[in-house]
Write a protein that binds this ligand. Sequence first.
Ligand code: BES
Ligand code: MN
Ligand code: ZN
Length: 496
Amino acid sequence: MSIEIKIREIAPARIQTAVLAFPVTDKGLEGSPAKRLDRQLKGKLAALVKKSSFAAKRGSSLLLATHGAMPAGHVLLVGLGKQDEAGPHAWRTAGAVTAREAGRIWADDAVFMLPPDQQTGAVVEAVAEGALLSAYRFNKYRSKDPPPGRLRTLTVGRTAAGRNAALTRAVRRARVSVSAICLARDLVNEPASTATASYLAEQAASHCRGEGLKVEVWGKRKIQQMKLAGLLAVNQGSREEPRFLHIRYKPKTKPRRKVALIGKGITFDSGGLSLKPPRSMETMKLDMAGGAAVIAVMSALPELAPDVEVLGLVPATDNLPDGGAQKPGDVIRYLNGKTVEVMNTDAEGRLILADALVLAAREKPDCMINLATLTGACIVALGNELAGLFCNHGELAEELEACGRDAGEGLWRLPLAAEYREDIKSPVADIKNVGGGSAGAITAALFLQEFVDDVPWAHLDIAGPAFAAKDRVTCPKGGTGFGVRTLLNFLSGTGE
Ligand code: BES
Ligand code: MN
Ligand code: ZN
C-alpha cells in the first residue's frame, strides 16, 4: 500500500489529524513550529518533553496523546539530531519515523510540520522519500498478508502560504526514486531460482521504458560473438544461459556528460567449483545487487530527465559448479588482450565485470562507475553500513562522496594501492583473479583497474550494505537498494 502525500498550509492548533508531527533538533522546541503550539498550550508540551527522555536524537521520537487539548489526536516529536548536521538524510529518517510511529497507533493520516525556514524542495523530497520507503515490504511469498493499518495520507504542512509547484515536483521526484529503490530491493529479494539472468533481462525490459531509454538484451550467441570471455567462463558451470544487458538513456538535448554504469549481476553465487560453505551461501541471491541498482537507476531516468547520457551494463549469470564448470587454473583471454588465470572460481564478480569495463571504456565516457557485491574482505574492513569506494580520479571520488552523504549511503574511500599490484601477478597469465590473502578488497579493485584504461572510474564495493541483516526504519531486512539514491543524485548533478 502506498502512502499519499499532500502539501498544505496548516495551522497546528486547529488541524484535525490523528498525528501531528514536529521535527525537533538538539536545540529543542526553539525554532520549531511546535514552540508556538506550546505557547498556546501554556507550556504543557515543553513540560512533557522535559519529563521524558526525548533528546531529539536522529531516529528517535516522542508520541504524546493530546486528550482533547487540541483537535489533533497526538503530537509526535521527531528527532533530527544535531541542527548543524541536519542534511537530507536526517529529513529522510524523520519522514520514515513519522510514518512508522503513525502506523503503530493505526493512524490513517498524519501531518508533518515543516519549520518556516525549511520549506524547500530538498526537504520535502527527503521527508516524502523516507515516509514512502518505510512502507516497503517484500510480501509476495507470505501466505497471510500482514495486518493492514499503515498510514494512508501524510500531509506535509507549511506554516505560511506560498507556491506549492516546486514542492509538488519534489514529491514527484521522491516517488520516482522510491519506485527505483523498491525495484532494486524486489530484484535482490526475489529467490535466485526465479531471479535468473533471463528474469533480470525481462525485468529490465519491462521497467526501463519511456522517453530516451532503450534496452538491448544480449543472449548467449551475441555474448559469444562479442567475445565476453569472463561472462562465458563463469556461466560454464550453469544450466541457465547468461544475459548481458545493455541499457542506454539519451536526453533530448545535448548531454552535459556521458556516464557508464556497470553492475555485477551474479544471480546466485555458490562459489563454483571453489564452493562456498553452506552458511556463506545463504544470502548469495544478493550477488546481483549491483546489477539491480543499475537497472533501477536506468528505469528512473525518463521521468527525472537528467541532461546526461547514461549507458547501463549488467553482465548476468549464476555461478554454479556443474560438469562444465571452469576450473581453478583455467585461463581467460579478454577483449583488451589481457589474460587471467582463474585461481579461485569464487572470485567470479571481477571476471564478469572485466568484460563490461572493457566495453564501456571503448565508448570513451566521461566516467564509469561500477557497483558490485565484490568481496567479503570489504565487509571485514567497513562492515554493513559503508561501501568501499575505489577511484582513479580525485574529483569523481569527491563528487560521489558528496552524493552518498546526501543519500544517506556512506561511501568510504579505500586505496588503489600499487603496493599490492604484485599480489595479482600470475605465473602463467598476465594476472590472476585473487590476491595474496590479505587486502582482498584492494586486490579485487586493482584487478578491475586493469580493464578501465585511462577513463575516470569508480568502483563501489557494496558487499556489506547491499543486504540488511536487521530491520531499519527506511528498510526491512533483505535487499536495501543501496547505491540507487547516490547514483540518482550523481546523475542529477547534486554532488558538483
Ligand atoms: N559475492 C562474493 C562477495 C560477498 C561475500 C558478497 C559476502 C556479499 C557477502 C564474491 O563473489 C566472493 O565470493 N568473493 C570472495 C573473493 C575471494 C575468493 C578472493 C570472498 O570475498 O571471499
Ligand atoms: Mn564469489
Ligand atoms: Zn560473488
